[in-house]
Design a protein around this ligand. Sequence first.
Ligand SMILES: Cc1cc2nc3c(=O)[nH]c(=O)nc-3n(C[C@H](O)[C@H](O)[C@H](O)COP(=O)(O)OP(=O)(O)OC[C@H]3O[C@@H](n4cnc5c(N)ncnc54)[C@H](O)[C@@H]3O)c2cc1C
Length: 288
Amino acid sequence: MNVLYPLAKRYIAGEDLPTALRSIKFLNQSGYLSSIDVLGENTTNPLQAESAMGEYIQILKQAEAFPFPLDLSLKVTQMGLDIDRDLCKKNIEEILNSANQHTVRLDMEGSDYTQRTLDLCIELHKTHKRLGQAVQAYLHRTQQDMEELIHQGISVRLCKGAYKEPPERALQSMDDVQENFKRLSFTLLKEGFIPAIATHDEYLIQEILNFAKREKIDARSFYFEMLYGVARDLQKLLLDKGFQVRIYVPYGKSWLPYTLRRLAERKENILFVLGNLFKETFGLRKLH
Ligand SMILES: Cc1cc2nc3c(=O)[nH]c(=O)nc-3n(C[C@H](O)[C@H](O)[C@H](O)COP(=O)(O)OP(=O)(O)OC[C@H]3O[C@@H](n4cnc5c(N)ncnc54)[C@H](O)[C@@H]3O)c2cc1C
């Protein structure tokens, strides 16, 4: 599968921490914030989970001298949920205990993990207020979940959702997902606690810009979040308009599942990736 590494390189900031830190510092110098993801999921033994936890602690040690805050994104299955819930909780807690001025956020994985992820987040948030949660607009349950997170004062990142889900759990048409994302994002912008809107969808971004203007929502009260290596032209346009833009920066050796999700992003394929690169390179997109 190493044949995919040239494509993976577009989406990941390297295979080790020093390389990733160079990208993060460069992003920060260019005006962006970062959310760091140590690649890895579905760990099958406690040592693997502890090693992933240790990598996040290393990031926090390196970040002690940083003048800017980081957001750490982690996956409950990377922290050992498939092995033992207590182990997973302990690993996340270790990271939270070292987080200082930085924030930590649980990514949302496949729907078999949704309830357990939310339960862990709500439980840990009672003692660690810097913990946030990602939710997926394609799931039927998300409106209710999001309302509960808002009620608990938990910072929410809204994304569309990247896993294959059955119709009884998730919307299947991209138009429906887009419409639900729009509705949820408006609620989040009005009622959420330091929310993050994670999309590269130009239509949605334009709708959100219009909504924020109409409702006089302060540009500094929320974040736009985008993936490293995706829609860099949009990232820059939003930054130039005065919005806070946080880039999700994945790094590490376990890059394959993440890269496959990026390449498979719905109907998109490698040709689509190339087409997108073409648009970015020649500056063919605009926001009004
Ligand atoms: C910060 C952040 C965190 C995320 N966290 C999670 C999470 O916790 N759980 C989860 O399930 N999903 C997560 N995702 C992924 C998300 O669910 C979507 O799969 C992904 O963002 C694509 O959706 P979109 O909103 O950009 O819309 P799309 O309709 O998929 O894409 C809109 C446009 O963005 C560009 N684009 C999108 N993807 C690619 C790509 N791979 N390569 C090149 N161009 C592309 C294209 O121009 C495309 O037309 C996250 C996404 C972001 C940005």
